[in-house]
Design a protein around this ligand. Sequence first.
Ligand SMILES: [Zn+2]
Length: 307
Amino acid sequence: MTPGRVALKVDCDTDEGTREGVPRLLSILEARGIRATFFFTLGPDRSGLAIRRIFTRKGFLRKMLRSRAASLYGWRTMLSGTLLPAPMIGERRAGAMRAAAKAGHATGVHGWDHVRWHDRLDAMSAEEIREDYGRAHAEYLRIFGIPARASAAPGWTANARSLEAQEERSLLFASDTRAGSYFFPEAGGRVFRTLEIPTTLPTLDETLAWPDLKTDADRRAYFRRAARGTQVHTIHAEVEGRSKAGLFEGILDDWLADGVAFPLLSDLAREVLAHHDLIPVRSLTTTTLPGRAGTVATGWPEAAGAA
Ligand SMILES: [Zn+2]
């Protein structure tokens, strides 16, 4: 069997994850000679508001208890923006963000206010979305000195209005969706020309809720088998960079032993865009995923259940 390729996408959602998780991930990746693409949330960390979902979203409490969210994410993160004031992540953690770029990793935008976007996108007007997205890009420009060429929607939450805001930037690609292959999204009667590269593998935190994977050894075996063909794997600075760092290192070592390669998402984008005519147009819709509360955006709903 030819070894697969796994593009690592690192979502940094919180202040604590960016402060602690990013440096930890940088050393884990450097020790193995692996490059990844880091997406940074740049505005207020209101992740403590996620607690609100206990009351507003069916299944969230069950998931929290099953995944032991507090030990996974840390109490400080759970309380940020509720009992503790919401820290501005870009202002406080620019150093950790620049360190990722300096170490040779690719970087992009993962939103301004992650919690608001994830919970409220469909209730936000086109103007509110453009402003939120624009603030994230302005802060990225301030920190890195060059405009972002890629973005990843918080919580894989996207709609026609968010794609419109995205289309106004000259991005090389976006990674807003789950499952399937690359595509140009169609939404609200418009075909967008920003290439979409979906996350294809389940996230580690999703697999923690799968009843058939009982131990970390089961999870390592699952991810080892899953690295066939070309895959995009999203990890979280809050999870793989903190409480699950050891398990993540095991997964990487299995992949390295099998000869898996780690292209950047921008490498995949350039490969695909070289054959522009072959990129399919797919309708943007939503789906659910095993182990994840709520819905996520997808262009390939038929592929979402296959994980
Ligand atoms: Zn995120």
